[in-house]
Structures are given as structure tokens and as C-alpha cells.
Design a protein around this ligand. Structure first.
Ligand SMILES: CCCSc1c(F)c(F)c(S(=O)(=O)NC)c(F)c1F
Ligand SMILES: [Zn+2]
Length: 265
């Protein structure tokens, strides 16, 4: 599959910032992510229950730069922070959340909606603790993960996000980690509960086809200065030639034989 993010133009981010070191397509992959969500082709599922999240801010552990994004990680030894309902047959435990963003405000999201690109996208990653013993195991298994994806658009300052933005300089370098607690990611969810759902994959290695995607229809808003701080992070470790962490999104993947379901008409 040729990289065709941003229309596949030679000046598309992937061409300019070939950060994507992994394979662009997985041989035999039939349910890869991200995808373009064609609204008219999505199928309303009348008995899709609302998504229910219950997050305990005390389970927030730390934040670290893994060289692809920055991850806010949670204690997943109990069911204190879980998502349930919607297409999920049981609760999934919150493991971490992270973002994908562009070098500028014209692109950055992984998923698109009728080819509309957003400047960034937030992923809340959960694992199926009823069927698997650990997150590491769940990553490799069908129905192992549930990821809530939230589009981010430029607009008003996001008050609750600022606590996270303020700590980012301390994880500027790859592998840096800092304590971060008492953060409830519910504050990052849109107020509208409408979503699309489809079967897909991780968008970073190992790209395993283990994800039930739950893409919220409505974006949240952050302001220019907040997104600019994301772009001040580095892909590189201390002492290495500095490379700004931007365009950390995967190109769109073919829908193949999949249907996107919507929770709304
Ligand atoms: C080996 C996985 C480390 S955790 C992780 C991650 F870091 C990540 F970036 C994504 S993603 O595919 O990029 N977004 C959903 C995941 F799904 C993850 F589970
Ligand atoms: Zn992600």
C-alpha cells in the first residue's frame, strides 16, 4: 500500500519526515488502521450501547517519551479505570493515552472523516482484562485492545489539558520519564457521545490487528500554543542530533472488507 496520507503528494509529511521506520503495510493485513471514515458508508447500529468510561485519577502513574509519542500511563492492576459498553462485550482496563500530531495545523490526525484531516488525534488505549492476563499479551490477540480515538481541532484553550502541556518539557527527550499523577482523562472526552466503531490495528509497531476502534464523532478543541508545545518534543534521545517529534501518524490504510458502524443516525 503506497503511503497516501495527504493525497500522496511528494511533499506529504511521510516523504518529508520519513519517521515511519516500520513496514508501511503488513503482508496479509486485512484490518489495518488508520482509515478514512466515509460517513455515508457507515451503518447505524441501533443497539450499540453508549460508551461508559470510569476513570480513577489516582491510577495515573507517570508520563514518558517513547520515541513515537508521549504516553500518560495508568496503573492497570485493578478495574479502577475502565471503558465498557458500546461494542465491547466486557470492561477493558485503561493502560495509557497518547497523541499523534503534525508539523503544522494542516494535518496530524491518523483517521480522517470524509478525507478531512485534523491537526491531531488522541488515543485512550485499553486492554481486555477479562480475556487476557496482561496488556502485552492483549496487544497480540484479536479483541485484545479497545482504543477511544478523539479528533483534535484548533480553537479555544483547553484548560484541563494545560496541566499535561506544562509537564511536556520534562519529557522532551526519547526515553525520558517523569512522575505525573491525579489526572482523569474523562476531561479530554467530547461532550457528545456519538461515535463510529470498526475492527482495526495498532498504528505503530507491532501493527497487530487487535483493536476495537471507537472514534468519537465530535472533536475537542485546543489552542495554537498548546499544540506548539507537542511539537517541541523530540524523537531523539539526549546527545543525539535533535529531530522534532512531528508527523507521528501512520498513512491511511485500505478499508478492505470492513464496515464502519455508527452509534447515531
Ligand atoms: C507496543 C505498544 C505500546 S503502547 C501503544 C502505543 F504506544 C501506541 F502508539 C499505539 S497506536 O497504535 O499508535 N495508537 C492506538 C498503541 F495502540 C499502543 F498500544
Ligand atoms: Zn495512537
Amino acid at each position: 500500500v503506497a503511503p497516501y496520507c495527504c493525497g500522496g503528494r511528494l511533499n506529504s509529511p511521510l516523504m518529508l519526515h520519513p519517521i515511519w521506520k516500520g513496514p508501511l503495510d503488513i503482508p496479509g493485513g486485512s484490518r489495518q488502521s488508520p482509515i478514512d471514515i466515509r460517513v455515508r458508508d457507515s451503518v447505524f447500529h441501533p443497539n450499540l450501547a453508549p460508551i461508559s468510561t470510569q476513570y480513577d485519577p489516582n491510577t495515573c502513574l507517570h508520563i514518558w517519551n517513547n520515541g513515537y509519542s508521549f504516553l500518560v500511563e495508568y496503573d492497570d492492576c485493578t478495574n479502577k479505570s475502565v471503558v465498557s459498553g458500546g461494542p465491547l462485550e466486557n470492561p477493558y482496563r485503561l493502560k495509557q493515552f497518547h497523541f499523534h500530531w503534525g508539523a503544522n495545523n494542516d494535518w496530524g490526525s491518523e483517521h480522517t472523516v470524509d478525507s478531512k484531516v485534523f491537526p491531531a488525534e488522541l488515543h485512550l488505549v485499553h486492554w481486555n482484562c477479562s480475556r487476557y492476563r496482561t496488556f502485552e499479551e492483549a496487544i497480540m490477540e484479536e479483541n485484545g485492545l479497545a482504543v477511544i480515538g478523539i479528533f483534535i481541532k484548533l480553537g479555544r484553550h483547553h484548560e484541563k489539558l494545560q496541566k499535561l502541556v506544562d509537564i511536556l518539557p520534562s519529557v522532551r527527550y526519547k526515553e525520558s520519564l517523569t512522575e505525573f499523577n491525579y489526572f482523569d482523562p474523562s476531561c479530554l472526552l467530547p461532550t457528545c457521545s456519538d461515535y463510529w466503531t470498526y475492527s482495526g490495528s495498532l498504528t505503530t509497531p507491532p501493527l497487530t490487528e487487535s483493536v476495537t476502534w471507537i472514534m468519537m464523532k465530535k472533536p475537542i478543541e485546543v489552542d495554537h500554543s498548546q499544540l506548539a508545545v507537542f511539537r517541541s518534543l523530540l524523537y531523539t534521545a539526549v546527545g543525539e542530533e535533535e529531530k522534532n517529534m512531528v508527523d507521528n501518524f501512520r498513512p491511511l490504510q485500505p478499508l478492505m472488507n470492513r464496515t464502519v458502524h455508527s452509534s447515531f443516525e
